[in-house]
Design a protein around this ligand. Structure first.
Ligand SMILES: *Cc1c(COP(=O)(O)O)cnc(C)c1O
Ligand SMILES: [Zn+2]
Length: 418
């Protein structure tokens, strides 16, 4: 491999792009696939000397880790959503109910548009501007559309987002309100993604965050891993359970943990990474169970729409990470997803979206089948807000009683209810 240097990089300490398949290197620029083998490209760094103090004295957002992200040095000076540094919540009630010893919920509902996608979009936007793009665009399963439309509004640039027409009403409204262009496409997410990829080839100054600037976008997920470690007091958890859509987030949390160890910011203690899918869209879980290296695409059919990618780009890399670290990939039914959403709300006062239900549901399943250690310190990710997927729980969550406005009527029902 050629030596790389970030001295002249317009994106901070990002030094080059490297092919994840053949290792070929390219200068930092608007490319995302390898010319030699069409493999996906990944950002490599000229890692700085960095200490905990420098990070801790930074802003309370993902930008405290900007030295480890592919963003220009002046990123703090441009208007952006300042996502990240969401709460890591010690979940003792939930742990007790599950028979676990030490459990934490990393709650990304605290981001500006209420999902983890604000992280990846902020990094993609910063890189895209530096690379000369003028429009922010994406194909989306919902949350990404929210994040792109809001971030573009804040930055004062145009956005164009493509969504499947059957998306949750809440996610359409919470995207369209920001005033960008929203195109609903009759088809699955995979159809939308294919269309966006074709358009990306024609519109030269459009940055499709998860397509043609994907290497930069993906790095934003590392901030979840950095925050978990910092918020644990600069330690790595022993187990972490992560939802899978394209699989990018999972692979980047692993990259973050590895980097922190190499940089000496944490002790490089072993950890196991577990991936979570809904049964109605579980191509990676199926490959894991079958012991395969390739992921066979499926047609999604699940209430967990934010995770409904039938042909996940990072699927094979997820299999690598979960196998290498001694973790697993599992899937749960839609019924188990709803159960887990209610469990999280009832025990910890956190209303997660269907993706959170998938992740907690899988944690529960892994405990039951002995693949997850109840005594090991565990972090489970809640990556989105239940208010955006109300339809999933609305049929099973109703008032306890409806009464006329009289104390007598209240006395009558309260006896039956308590
Ligand atoms: C997009 C998304 C994910 C995971 O995305 P990846 O494509 O796997 O990186 C997880 N949870 C929610 C709520 C999402 O919107
Ligand atoms: Zn290659």
């Amino acid at each position: 491999m050629t030596a790389v240097s970030a001295t002249d990089s317009i994106l901070g300490n990002a030094a080059a792009l490297a092919c994840r398949e053949c290792g070929a290197q390219y200068p930092i620029g608007p490319r995302y696939a390898c010319d030699m083998c069409f493999g996906p490209l990944e950002v490599v760094y000229d890692y700085p000397n960095i200490c905990r103090d420098t990070i801790e004295s930074g802003p309370r957002s993902i930008w405290r880790y900007r030295a480890l992200l592919p963003v220009p040095d002046d990123v703090l000076d441009t208007p952006n959503m300042e996502p990240g540094f969401t709460k890591l919540i010690r979940a003792d009630n939930l742990a007790r109910e599950l028979g676990m010893r030490r459990l934490w919920v990393k709650d990304d509902t605290g981001n500006p548009t209420h999902s983890f996608k604000d992280r990846v979009v902020a990094v993609a936007l910063a890189a895209a501007r530096a690379l000369g793009f003028r429009v922010l665009a994406c194909p989306s399963t919902g949350n990404l559309a929210n994040a792109v439309a809001a971030a573009a509004a804040r930055a004062g640039i145009r956005s164009v987002v493509f969504i499947p027409a059957d998306l949750e009403q809440q996610k359409i409204v919470t995207t369209a309100v920001y005033g960008g262009t929203v195109i609903a496409v009759d088809g699955t997410y995979d159809d939308v993604n294919r269309l966006a990829t074709e358009i990306a080839g024609e519109e030269e100054d459009w940055a499709f965050v998860n397509v043609n600037v994907r290497p930069y976008y993906a790095e934003g997920s590392k901030t979840l891993g950095y925050e978990i470690a910092e918020q644990l007091g600069w330690r790595l958890p022993e187990q972490v359970v992560i939802p899978i859509a394209s699989g990018s987030q999972l692979t980047k949390v692993d990259k973050a943990f590895t980097e922190l160890g190499k940089l000496g910011l944490v002790d490089a203690t072993p950890y196991r990474v577990y991936g979570a899918q809904a049964e109605g869209c579980s191509p990676v879980a199926q490959a894991f169970r079958a012991g395969l290296d390739v992921v066979r695409p499926v047609r999604p059919n699940t209430i967990a729409k934010s995770l409904a990618i039938g042909n996940p780009a990072d699927g094979p890399y997820v299999l690598d990470v979960c196998r290498r670290t001694g973790g697993a990939v599992e899937a749960v039914s839609d019924e188990e997803v709803v159960d887990a959403m209610r469990l999280l709300a009832r025990t910890e006062g956190i209303f997660g979206e269907t993706a959170g239900g998938v992740t907690l549901g899988v944690l529960r399943k892994l405990l039951a089948n002995g693949q997850l250690d109840p005594d090991a310190e565990t972090v489970v990710l809640n990556t989105g807000d239940g208010l955006k997927t109300l339809d999933a729980v609305a049929p099973v969550v109703t008032p306890s009683a409806t009464i006329p406005p009289s104390v007598e009527a209240f006395r009558e029902v309260i006896e039956q209810l308590c």
